[in-house]
Unconditional design. Structure first.
Length: 259
């Protein structure tokens, strides 16, 4: 859940609601449906395992690995669900993937064009120039995703879980303290996100050398330990560095925390 709270393409949806009340209720309903989604994946896996056991079907490890990413579709086929409903289920999954990719590309392009290019590289850039940068960034990122997708480093579920862990270890603590603790500052955020990135990728890179690291920090669920560590890091660094400007603290009280 902490990974979900930090996903950029989910957060960008807050810009589409008219007021704070709708945004808060959107979070409630979003968490409800996301919870259903998280429970459905292991449930379908359990259903498939039960059907294989009762029907006497035996899958070799290679075949089972190939079916892992489409277990929901295969379960529906095995139990004899109507072909039209199976097709609707498959189309829904594809549309959800396309929607997610589109949201991430738009968010990433906006970040590159404004937060990086405009704020750090060229503050004098006009809107037309920023739009060109955003389009180029979208194209480059899409090609990068395509190259990685040709030979994925793991199952779709595994890659997704690592992405959620990365968001939970980096973005979620920054959002949490940045919104609800007015003493947090940029130094704490930078330190926290650096530590969170290290916690996420350390078991992936060094896990074969230090097996204990994989046991303590599983790549797909490292946020369980990583998020509290990052929050503590942010608090310590923020306390040891200058506080944020007073106008930002007033903005939190008057705008962000207002009813």
């Amino acid at each position: 859940m902490v990974g979900t709270a930090g996903l950029p393409h989910v957060l960008s949806r807050f810009y589409t609601v008219p007021n704070n009340r709708d945004a808060r209720w959107g979070v409630v309903w979003g968490l409800f449906f996301i919870g259903l989604l998280y429970w459905s994946a292991p449930a379908f896996g359990a259903f498939a395992r039960s059907w294989l056991t009762t029907s006497g079907t035996v899958l070799d490890p290679a075949e089972a690995q190939a079916l892992a990413d489409i277990i929901v579709i295969k379960t529906a086929e095995w139990v004899g669900l109507n072909e039209i409903l199976v097709s609707v289920l498959a189309i829904g999954g594809i549309l959800a993937a396309i929607s997610t990719i589109t949201g991430l590309l738009v968010t990433a392009a906006g970040t590159i064009s404004y937060d990086i290019y405009y704020r750090l590289i060229n503050p004098n850039a006009n809107e037309k120039h920023l739009l060109i940068v955003a389009k180029v960034a979208t194209l480059v990122l899409a090609l990068l995703v395509l190259v990685i997708a040709i030979n994925p480093p793991g199952l779709i579920a595994q890659i997704t879980a690592v992405a959620f862990a990365l968001a939970g270890n980096t973005l979620f603590p920054v959002f949490l303290l940045g919104i609800w603790w007015d003493r947090s500052n940029k130094y704490g955020a930078i330190a926290g996100m650096t530590v969170g990135t290290m916690i996420t990728f350390a078991p992936i890179i060094f896990g074969h050398i230090f097996p204990t690291l994989l046991a303590v920090l599983p790549p797909t669920s490292s946020a369980l330990i990583g998020a509290p560590v990052v929050i503590l890091t942010m608090i310590i660094v923020s306390r040891l560095t200058p506080p944020p400007p007073e106008h930002l603290r007033r903005f939190l009280v008057e705008k962000v925390h207002s009813p």
